[in-house]
Design a protein around this ligand. Sequence first.
Ligand SMILES: Cc1ncc(COP(=O)(O)O)c(C=O)c1O
Length: 443
Amino acid sequence: MDCQAGNLTGVRGAGKLSLWPRDRAVYSRPLRTTHLHPTKTALHTSSNIAGLQPSATVAVAALARELRAQGRDIVDLSAGEPDFDTPAFIRSAAIHAIEHGATRYAAAPGIQPLREAIARDLARRTGREIDPAGVVVTAGAKQAIFNACFVLFGPGDRVLFPSPYWTSYPDIVRLARAEPVPVAGDPDRGYKVTPALLDAASDDRTRGLILNSPCNPTGAVYTREELAAIYRWAAGRGVWIISDEIYSRVCFTQDTAPGLLELPEASLDRAVIVDGASKTFAMTGWRIGFSYSSAELSRHMAALQSHITTSAATPSQYAALAAYRAEGEHAAELRAMSETFRRRRDHVVSLFQELLPGTEFVYPDGAFYLFFRVDGFFRDGVNSAVELCRKLIEEAGVALVPGAAFGDDRFVRLSFAASEDTLTEGIRRIARTLAPGSAGGTD
Ligand SMILES: Cc1ncc(COP(=O)(O)O)c(C=O)c1O
């Protein structure tokens, strides 16, 4: 049952991977293709996209929107994005930039003032000198991860990542023609990995490790000591670390989660930092992320994206510039979002303890997700979290993401990027459906 390193068929509790594409289809409509000249010829796609599936998390959100549009009363707790609007001072900066001509191509690695503002922000957080030449602004953190994987890895390489993992890692690694290797995290440590677990999953083809802290979907945060131990392991084996720190500022144990660059020993010879504006500044739709790496690696990644997207959208870069430069009341407004997530985390945890007592979950120290275990509720023909989520959306009108999207289908991810009232209603409905005897009330 356990997830075997190097074996993506080991999605825990989901049986064979063959279940995976079939069930992803539950959440995504078949593609409708309009042919100018209808043809019966089958479309033969290249091996570049062999096995590629649409993002499961995006697909669930789309289904929830569609059901709502049909008039269904849906409590959507599937979102992987803050429910806040982008703060007004950021929106105004973009409008001002557009009205003053920021509507043309930007340089591939980003506009210089933004690269400098990001470098200053990183320096403040890490106490390190940060070279703006190492910053590449990307169309979302997703593109930064793609750039790093595509530039660093290729056929024959194996790339590890702790499991449960963010849904796009395996697909991004495969697009680079490398082999994705999920490494089951330790249940007693919030499913975080240790050097021993990584070592057991490694061989002489292991070239990379994608680390994500705070983690989507578990909310686990690696301590500085844990990061240091993993860094030492990676450096000793000559393994690159791509440190995905996109939730760095949505952290409930301290202002910002410990990051790789805070380790005095961390060298850019073996590390790429990924972060961005999406989660921290409620800017998911603006598509702004960045990587920070050695100036040499940055040049390769900028060259890659110069042929793909050219650059992140110019007005969005000016919006992000306002966010990264924020001071005083604007900085306080940004911090307040993280505070709100902390209050919601407490609310969700206490509701779970009250309404679904005994349900196992990873206590979230960061990000905005509760990853809870549901295999104890498998009965009456429901044998997976995918099926359970289908039941919950159909019978209770609650949209959640099944753990299969993250490599462990004994779990479900609930997003607390929603108001406290919405969370209360959603969790009551879940409790009424899963544990009707225990609580939930009738209201
Ligand atoms: C762990 C993780 N990394 C990266 C991303 C991508 O972020 P962006 O929207 O900036 O591309 C996400 C988005 O959900 C995420 O959860």
